[in-house]
Design a protein around this ligand. Structure first.
Ligand code: IVH
Length: 666
């Protein structure tokens, strides 16, 4: 429970902190915290304000938008305030938003609340004032009431037309006079609803339709990711300041005193709304935005209309899935009530409209503590350091383990147990530590082990290799169990029902030492059945799945043995040349075999040496003989035929919907 005194104290500190970060972000373009961290501060503030409404401060973060302009550009009073958006983080927040709209408008359940949905572009908002179809002024948001005049700068942005394009929607060519009067004319009173204005454009003296006398198009100035990378590369080459992200690069480029600097920067614009308007070309958000698009301003192609919360959430997930592949950064999806008469009735609270909400994507970077560094021993004896983290949510997923790859990566990051680290999760990529925030600390560095933590054998890196390996071979239990897991895995022998957990369990029971033991499990039917979690049916299924692999594909079997450097493709290349496993073995162990092997396409000295090493080890030969007594792979005869994919390289990107990646590759 928070006491009133604690709440007042915390609200004071939050107001100061949020104001500081607003200034860093909006005025100085040098944010110090991530958007996720900023959102967390705002959420904490809002929760306290909701619990203690009488403690809401005069300088509450909810009463100010952004930060006042920096000074070197002249100021512009916005005819209509440039507002901010409330945030939704969970699906329920979106349902609540719609329910609130419904309640406010007193709508019966069967009347749909139609919404528009579009990406939330991570740029900076800009208001473009067109008078009679001609651009007369462009302004940044500033604090929402007063922005900066960036007209000269925006005139250099190719996406922003000097003159609006007459559109079919408008029903005639615009022949309106050139701009007259100052930007300050023709303003609606504050809070006055634009929809009270006539909905059809006025007729010019010669009977053709004109553009509205005033139309402020609002949207986002941004920089594409690729353009940002290129700009930073140029900045670096020139020894100039690098930008932290595309948004800062866009802000820094737009707010230049000298517009020729802006002209050299690849800025883009996407329209998503409007400010002061003398008349509107439609009665819904959707129709007006489409009219703006028809006048020649870019609108995001993912701008759609939805009828239900479910449909809205589907669009959210679609956009979220596209996020990494979009050419620009987005940080959520914005929903707006489609009907403009409803928007007018809903109005605003403090700094944000009641008729819109930003459904944010989960933060994809987070800060946490590295609590331990564990060492895992893989199938080939490789020692992989794994960071154990204080659990943290990254991109909507709780992350508590993170790979540190190898000894060099630990040295590069300079991480030690107890350090504060930044964890990143990008799409379906495994989480990684991308930064160490305790780098300057004077504690000694992490000592990478020189002995295998599983079997105590020496662990070393070979000449010129980064990976440290356990030299224990098959006396190392970790390597043995990892090899068994590999043997049954999907890409190897693919024995259904024999997963990693079962392998580990049977290994620990002493039932499995080497691959051949898998084919002797049928003698343990009663033992397996006695174990928890097994029934007649599941045991029968497992044993049947094993029996089904008595005549395995020879190349898969070779790959399943896990010989170093013999991957799935190499295994196939070897069998294409030698047809049977016994012939391959004869060659690999003969005096002259190496020369013959090296002739094969795709086979290099590393493979030849690895095969010789494998068969040189008596234990491996025993495993091999034992296995080939249990299974008999048919001769490997490949019939080659040209097909529509032969000679082509096929790359799978993104996530596959109907099959696993391994299935698709097969
Ligand atoms: S609508 C009155 N739509 O997000 C509502 N804003 O956090 C005004 N933004 O100031 C905003 N993409 O700069 C809207 N599709 C979008 C947007 C968007 C980015 C920005 C905009 C706004 C800020 C609010």
């Amino acid at each position: 429970m928070t006491t009133e005194a604690e709440a007042a104290n915390r609200l004071l500190r939050l107001a100061r902190e949020i104001a500081k970060h607003n200034r860093l972000y909006h005025t100085l373009d040098t944010p110090e915290i991530s958007d996720g961290e900023y959102d967390a501060l705002v959420r904490e503030n809002n929760a306290l304000e909701a619990e203690f409404p009488h403690l809401v401060r005069e300088d509450s973060p909810n009463k100010a938008v952004g930060a006042a302009p920096a000074g070197h550009l002249s100021k512009v009073n916005h005819a209509k305030p440039m507002l901010s958006l409330d945030n939704a983080f969970a699906d329920e927040d979106v349902a609540d938003f719609v329910a609130r709209v419904r309640r406010f408008l007193n709508l019966p359940e069967d009347v749909p609340v139609v919404l528009t949905a579009e990406p939330k572009i991570d740029g900076l908002s800009c208001s473009l004032r067109y008078e009679h179809g001609v651009l007369v002024q462009a302004a940044t948001r500033g604090d929402g009431q007063v922005g900066e005049d960036v007209t000269a700068n925006v005139r250099t942005v190719a996406d922003v037309p000097e003159r609006l394009k007459p559109s079919p929607l408008q029903g005639g060519a615009a022949t309106g006079p050139s701009p007259r009067g100052s930007a300050a004319q023709h303003r609606l009173g504050e809070g006055e609803s634009a929809v009270t204005q006539p909905l059809t454009p006025a007729l010019s003296p010669d009977g053709e339709r004109e553009f509205p006398s005033v139309f402020e198009i609002r949207g986002e100035i941004y920089m594409a990711k690729a353009d940002f990378e290129a700009l930073n590369a140029t900045q670096e080459a020139k020894g100039e300041k690098l930008f932290a992200n595309p948004r800062n690069a866009a802000a820094g480029s737009l707010r230049q005193k000298d517009a020729s600097v802006t002209a050299a920067r690849p800025l883009r614009f996407l329209a998503h709304g409007w400010g002061e308007v003398s008349d509107l070309p439609g009665e819904t958000q959707y129709d007006v935005i489409k009219a703006i698009e028809s006048w020649g301003l870019p609108v995001d192609p993912r701008f759609i209309r939805t009828d239900t919360v479910e449909e809205t959430l589907i669009h959210y997930r679609t956009i979220e899935a596209l996020r990494a592949d979009l050419p620009f950064d987005i940080d959520g999806v914005v929903y707006k009530v489609d009907r403009l008469d409803w928007q007018a009735r809903l109005g605003f609270v403090a700094k944000a409209p009641r008729w819109a909400i930003a459904h944010k994507f989960p933060a994809e970077r987070a800060e946490t503590t590295l609590e331990a560094i564990a060492i895992q021993v893989g199938r080939t004896g490789k020692l992989t350091p794994v960071g154990r983290l204080k659990p943290v949510t990254v991109g909507g997923v709780v992350v508590s383990n993170v790979t540190l790859h190898n000894r060099d990566e630990i040295a590069r990051l300079g991480v030690r147990v107890g350090d504060r680290v930044v964890v990143q999760r990008a799409g379906d990529v495994i989480p990684q530590i991308v930064d160490n925030l305790s780098r300057d600390d004077t504690r000694p560095p992490f000592a990478f082990p020189d002995h295998c933590p599983e079997c105590g054998s020496e662990a070393q890196a070979e000449e010129g290799e980064v990976d440290v390996r356990c030299t224990g071979g098959l006396i190392c239990p970790a390597q043995r169990v990892e090899r068994l897991k590999h043997f049954v895995s999907r890409t190897a022998l693919d024995i259904e029902g024999l997963g990693e957990k079962t392998i580990l369990e049977f290994f620990e029971l002493g039932w499995l030492h080497s691959p051949a033991d898998i084919f002797r499990l049928k003698a343990r039917r009663a033992d397996i059945l006695a174990r928890e979690g097994w029934q007649e049916k599941s045991v029968d299924n497992l044993l049947a799945a094993i029996e089904a692999k008595r005549s395995p594909d020879a190349a898969r079997l070779l790959f399943a043995l896990g010989i170093r450097h013999v991957g799935a493709v190499t295994a196939r290349d070897l069998l294409k040349a030698f047809v049977t496993l016994p012939r391959l073995r004869t060659l690999a162990t003969s005096e002259t075999g190496a020369e013959e092997l090296i002739q094969i396409d795709g086979i290099g000295p590393a493979v030849v040496e690895a095969l010789a090493d494998f068969f040189h080890e008596p234990h491996n030969v025993a495993v091999w003989d034992d296995l080939l007594a249990q299974v008999s792979p048919p001769d490997y005869i490949v019939e080659t035929r040209a097909s529509s994919v032969s000679g082509k390289t096929i790359v799978f990107t993104g996530s596959l919907e109907t099959m696993s990646r391994d299935e698709a590759k097969a």
